[in-house]
Design a protein. Sequence first.
Length: 320
Amino acid sequence: MSKISARDAAPAATDITHDAPGPAAGDPAALPESPWKGASLMSAAMFCAAAIDTSVKALAGTYSTAEIVLLRTIFAIPVALSIAHREGGIARAFYTKLPLWHLYRGCLACGATFGFFYGLKFVTLVTAVLLAYVAPLLVVLLSYPLIGERVGARRWVGVLVGFSGTVSIVASGGGVETTQFVLHPAVFSILGSATCWALILVSNRQLAGRERPATLAVYMMPISGLVALTLTAFGSWVTPKGWDWGLFVIAGVGSACIHFLAALASRYARAATLAPFEYTNLIWVAIASWLFWGEIPGLLTVAGGGAILLGGFIAARAHN
């Protein structure tokens, strides 16, 4: 989705204005700022993301992308509904006055899911996550034009420091030679997925205070599920066996939780403040890669992880 079309989609579904002398009701600027609480929630969301990434990577060699998305969605729905029930009731969670927003976000979720899951079939786990880290930078770039959030110099420093950490890890090799996959369609698939995810994060902030986190979460999955069901019906089906069922459950539960946690984080902190904390996913992914595939992070990877954490600290301290 282009920058222009993303901007056109947003005003069509809501009425964020800046005519009043102070922040209007529903405006992101009117929400209470609690950067550390928002950062903690986003970090929890990224732990879920790492669990999803690891499970899907383990499944990608046996099952089609559509089947993985379908079964993930099936296992995610009960969790999403239980979250909705706890947050005020299932019926209330499905009630919305912003259907166009949810259609827009559902399409983005579909693109983000299929793009990244497809890429994991061909790109190593750590490298795939590194490629996806264009998303936090895109969030910072989109924060001002889409929601009018001022991105100060210190926030830019925080994001750039965090990004330098990913560059350091790329320099370590990531377990593969970059020339082996640089022109592979999977690379562009992951970058497209990252763009969709960045727009989802920005939309979380656009809708914060206007839509409940449970509502944002329950509407994220239907389009992905329907597309996956259609593709699976006309494709091949492989019946899962043994521990694979557990991996599908992990992917489903993580998917339901990640959207809820990310939406809730946007209630407490600005999109540009939360962006560097997406890098914490890389720490969990590196640990999983070592545990399950024997990939041992080198010195540059450790240094990069430190830079990522430092970048998040700088951005959170600069929230004022």
